[in-house]
Design a protein around this ligand. Sequence first.
Ligand code: HEM
Ligand SMILES: [Ca+2]
Ligand SMILES: [Ca+2]
Length: 300
Amino acid sequence: DLQLNYYSDSCPRAEEIVKEEVNKLYNKHGNTAVSWVRNLFHDCMVKSCDASLLLETRSGIVSEQVSQRSFGMRNFKYINTIKEALESECPMTVSCADVVALSAREGVVMLGGPHIGLKTGRRDSKESHATVIDDFLPNHNDSISLVLSRFQSTGVDTEGTVALLGAHSVGRVHCVNLVNRLYPDVDPTLDPEYAAYLKRRCPSPEPDPNSVLYARNDRETPMVLDNMYYKNLLGHKGLLLVDQQLVSDPTTSPFVKNMASDNGYFHDQFSRAMLLLSENNPLTGDVGEIRKDCRYVNSG
Ligand code: HEM
Ligand SMILES: [Ca+2]
Ligand SMILES: [Ca+2]
């Protein structure tokens, strides 16, 4: 089973090393912290927190990273930096799944979010779940009831789901995911001044998917994991359809209002929900393996 400080005997400095590496990376490339938060969602939602997300396409494995749902994900190469630091201290000891979880925890802290009392001891999958990814990860224009049921099946309740979406208080969205709200007609639920800003950021209804046209998730505090996201939603400045629906749907809107008015409450709920997500269906015992290189299953 997962436990607090699982590596206290086998690699006592493991959690400290992840923290140091995440800090160093943040100082060089601030958006790595944002990536670590999204990674936990995309790994843990899809079957298990098993680092399946980190596998690259090679010898029979098709990477989850090339799925449409993973669009825009970045900084995977720096996961290897963290793992190499762990390997040089304690070879073949700390799993990539725990690197995903611990780096997300430290990323949240770098972005001014709450501390999460994570457990460790996850093992790594020997396979990718690329073929079933759409059964687990919601799409940006799915209904709230579908989104809630996806999170429910990983043990996250409605209040926790509303809190987790608060991760969209940091980072960016590419225009391909936004143009459906801007063209041919602007979604009437969007604040007009905000829609004008989005149209400046995304001037064409058919953006080149390979160009880096994007809008910030939160124009006010783009690198702070705070409740500005909920204030934006109340001001009709939700970026994705799924974001905006959190306020129009009566099952979620009371939580949006509470989180908008109290950053401490948002942080408490975010921390609680990240913990639940991080404990989704871990591989333990002798299931799976401890990958040497997070990109590939061990050979032989
Ligand atoms: C219904 C659930 C969710 C949907 C449909 C969704 C969808 C998306 C989409 C479409 C993007 C923009 C990708 C791009 O264009 O580059 C994005 C970005 C992001 N999402 Fe979510 N998301 C969801 C929930 C979450 C959760 C639960 C977390 C973390 C706890 C999260 C963390 C992030 C972060 C940090 C970014 C910014 C990434 C960056 O700037 O590199 N999302 N999400
Ligand atoms: Ca996974
Ligand atoms: Ca923010």
